[in-house]
Design a binder for this molecule. Structure first.
Ligand code: GYE
Length: 376
C-alpha cells in the first residue's frame, strides 16, 4: 500500500497520538538503513519497515507498492523478464507488485499507468512497447508525485524529468555486434567481396530494440556495397509472425544468404519457414540465421547450429529495478540511464571477438556447459 494512504489512515485513526503526521513524500522520505549499494534482497524489506515507522506493520500494509506495466508476453525474453520482476517484487522482500500485461498495446499501458496513479502506488515501472507517446501520461504520474522507472525499452519524451531512471540494453550496440561479426565472418572465409542478400525481420516497429538493431544492420549495409537488403518487414517479435514473414519472403526471393531476426522467437519461426521450403540453415547450409536475446531456447538452437550468431539481450531486470528503488528509498540519486553488460554467442569460433563503438566483445561458442549455466 502507498505510504500516503498509510499516513492518512494513521492520521485519522490515531490523530490524538500523532502530532506531526504530514502528507509524507514519495519514497524519498524513508530513512533507509541500507546504503543502497548492494542488491541484497532483504535490505529493501528492512528499509521499508523502518520507513513507515509506526507499529501495525502487518503484511502488505507496510510494503512498497510497485505498479509494473509490462509490454505483453510475446517472446521467451519477455517471459523471463516478467518472471524476474515477479520474483523480485515479492512480499518477502518488502514489496507489493501490481502486474499489468498490456498485450503489446500502448493504450493498455496508458490505462494501466492511470490505474496505478489512482491506486497511489509508490513507484510506477514501465516497460514501454514503443518509444513515443508517453508525455501526457508520464506528466500525470509526475503531477501525482509518483516516481517512474523505465525498464528495457526507452521512452522518447520532451522532458527527461518525466522519468526518474532507466535501465536496459544498448540496442544499437547489439546491432553493431551482429554486423561486425558478419563482416569478420565473411572476411575469415575470404568471401568479403561476394554479394550478400539479407532479409531483416524486424521487431515491433518503434520499439527501442527494433530501432537499435535495425539501425545497426542498415549502417552495416551502407558500409558494404556488396550487402543488399532484399526484404525488411516486422515480425513483431513473435514466432508466428516471424514464420509468416519468412514464408512470404521465400516465395519472392530464391537467393537469400542471411536472415537477420531481431529476436529468438522470430528466428524460430524463420527457421521453420526455411526448412519447410526445403532449404537448410547454418554455416554449411543455404541461409545464415542471426538472432538476438540468447534465451535458453535460442542458445539451444545456436548450439545445434541452426542459429549461427546470437547476440545477448539480458532480461533479468528485476534486481536492477529493485536497486534503483532502494537508492530512492535511501534518498540517493540513481543513474539516470544504465546499460546492462551483454555478450555474444555463436555456433562457431571462426570469429573470436567483435569490436564495436561500445567496446570489444569475446564471442562464446555455445556448449552444453554454457546452456546449463544459463539463468533464462
Ligand atoms: O529482444 C524481444 C522482446 O525489448 C529487449 O522485446 C526487448 C525485446 C526482446 O519481445 O524478444
Amino acid at each position: 500500500m502507498k505510504k500516503k494512504i498509510v499516513s492518512f489512515v494513521l492520521c485519522t485513526v490515531m490523530a490524538a497520538a500523532l502530532a506531526g503526521c504530514g502528507s509524507g513524500g514519495d519514497g524519498s522520505t524513508s530513512t533507509a538503513a541500507s546504503g543502497g549499494g548492494s542488491s541484497a534482497a532483504s535490505s529493501s524489506a528492512g528499509s521499508s519497515s523502518s520507513a513507515s515507522s509506526k507499529e501495525e506493520d502487518t503484511g502488505s500494509g507496510d510494503a512498497i507498492t510497485v505498479g509494473f506495466s509490462q509490454v505483453g508476453a510475446e517472446s521467451d525474453w519477455r517471459t523471463a523478464n516478467s518472471a524476474s520482476m515477479k520474483e523480485t517484487f515479492v512480499e518477502a522482500n518488502g514489496y507489493h507488485l501490481i502486474f499489468d500485461d498490456a498485450q503489446q498495446k500502448q493504450e493498455n499501458q496508458i490505462t494501466a499507468i492511470r490505474n496505478f496513479i489512482q491506486q497511489e502506488v509508490d513507484y510506477i515501472v514501465l516497460a514501454p512497447v514503443t518509444e513515443t507517446g508517453w508525455d501526457t501520461v508520464l506528466k500525470e504520474a509526475q503531477d501525482a508525485d509518483i516516481p517512474v522507472i523505465i525498464v528495457d525499452r526507452m521512452v522518447d519524451v520532451s522532458d527527461d524529468s518525466l522519468y526518474t531512471a532507466w535501465v536496459g540494453s544498448n540496442f544499437r550496440a547489439e546491432g553493431d555486434k551482429a554486423v561486425t561479426w558478419l563482416d569478420e565472418y565473411y572476411k575469415s572465409k575470404g568471401m568479403e567481396n561476394e554479394e550478400v542478400n539479407i532479409v531483416n525481420i524486424q521487431g515491433t516497429i518503434g520499439a527501442s530494440a527494433q530501432i537499435g538493431r535495425t539501425e545497426g544492420l542498415e549502417a552495416g549495409i551502407e558500409a558494404h556495397s556488396n550487402w543488399n537488403m532484399v526484404a525488411q518487414q516486422t515480425g513483431e517479435f513473435t514466432q508466428a509472425k516471424g514464420q509468416e514473414v519468412m514464408e512470404s519472403v521465400l516465395k519472392q526471393h530464391d537467393d537469400i544468404d542471411v536472415v537477420y531476426c531481431e529476436n529468438d522467437n522470430e528466428a524460430f519461426g524463420a527457421i521453420d519457414a526455411i526448412e519447410a521450403a526445403g532449404k537448410t540453415v547454418g554455416i554449411d547450409g543455404d541461409i545464415l540465421v542471426v538472432s538476438f536475446d540468447s534465451t535458453n531456447a535460442g542458445l539451444t538452437d545456436t548450439m545445434s547450429g541452426k542459429i549461427t550468431l546470437n547476440v545477448e539481450c539480458n532480461p533479468l531486470h528485476g534486481p536492477r529495478v529493485q536497486e534503483i528503488i532502494e537508492k530512492l528509498e535511501a534518498g540517493e540519486t540513481p543513474d539516470k540511464q544504465a546499460f546492462v553488460d551483454e555478450e555474444v554467442f555463436a555456433a562457431t569460433d571462426v570469429v573470436k571477438s567483435v569490436k564495436t563503438d561500445a567496446g570489444s566483445f569475446d564471442v562464446t561458442v555455445v556448449t552444453q556447459d554454457v546452456l546449463d549455466n544459463r539463468a533464462y
